[in-house]
Design a protein around this ligand. Structure first.
Ligand code: ZN
Length: 186
């Protein structure tokens, strides 16, 4: 998983470099950054984070973070979706990058609104079909059974939610579990 959305406000126009001020545009209903020079309205919208629970032999693939925030804590392979890819494609790519693992994705099973971070986290089930290892942002990757999950050392609440629902489902497709996090502790 990436760093939380910075949340800091735009100060300068990304088009012309002019200063922006915050006003409600005509026919809009909330404040936007509007360039004082060229008039461009800069919209900001939530970012999508995609990941998966990759299983083999009843164990799931976990990654220990080699980056801040939450350095050293355990997470699922996940990261910001890129332009030009699908949700599923992004989940598979992140798993390859963070855990050097190839997966066959199953179904989308968790959707977490991380409202105050301006993010939506989406998780797929998956089958691990290759070897694995530590990618650039990972200290170590490990297959863990449910009993081995270090619940006190999970990097993010969204990941904890996804893992708990994953084990509750026990391989069944129970649709998408939706959860809202207002002010995540981590
Ligand atoms: Zn401008």
């Amino acid at each position: 998983l990436p760093a939380p959305h910075p949340g800091d406000l735009m100060k300068f126009c990304s088009s012309c470099g002019g200063a922006v001020s915050y006003r409600v545009p005509k026919d809009d209903n909330r404040e936007r950054a509007i360039c004082d020079d060229c008039g461009m309205v800069h919209y900001r919208n939530p970012l999508i984070v995609v990941g998966c629970v990759a299983e083999r032999d009843g164990m799931v693939l976990m990654c220990r973070r080699a980056i801040e925030p939450r350095y050293g804590y355990w997470t699922l392979p996940a990261g910001f979706m890129e332009l030009g890819e699908t949700v599923a494609g992004g989940a598979a790519r992140e798993t390859l990058e963070e855990a050097k693992a190839t997966v066959e994705l199953g179904h989308l099973f968790a959707c977490v609104d991380v409202v105050d971070a301006g993010q939506v986290h989406l998780f797929y089930t998956a089958r691990l079909v290759s070897d694995f290892g530590a990618g650039e942002e990972t200290l170590e990757a490990e297959l863990m059974s449910e009993q081995d999950i270090p619940w006190d050392e999970i990097a993010f609440q969204s990941v904890e939610f996804a893992l708990r629902k994953y084990f509750e489902d026990r391989g069944r497709n129970n649709g998408v579990h939706v959860h809202e996090l207002r002010r995540p502790r981590y």
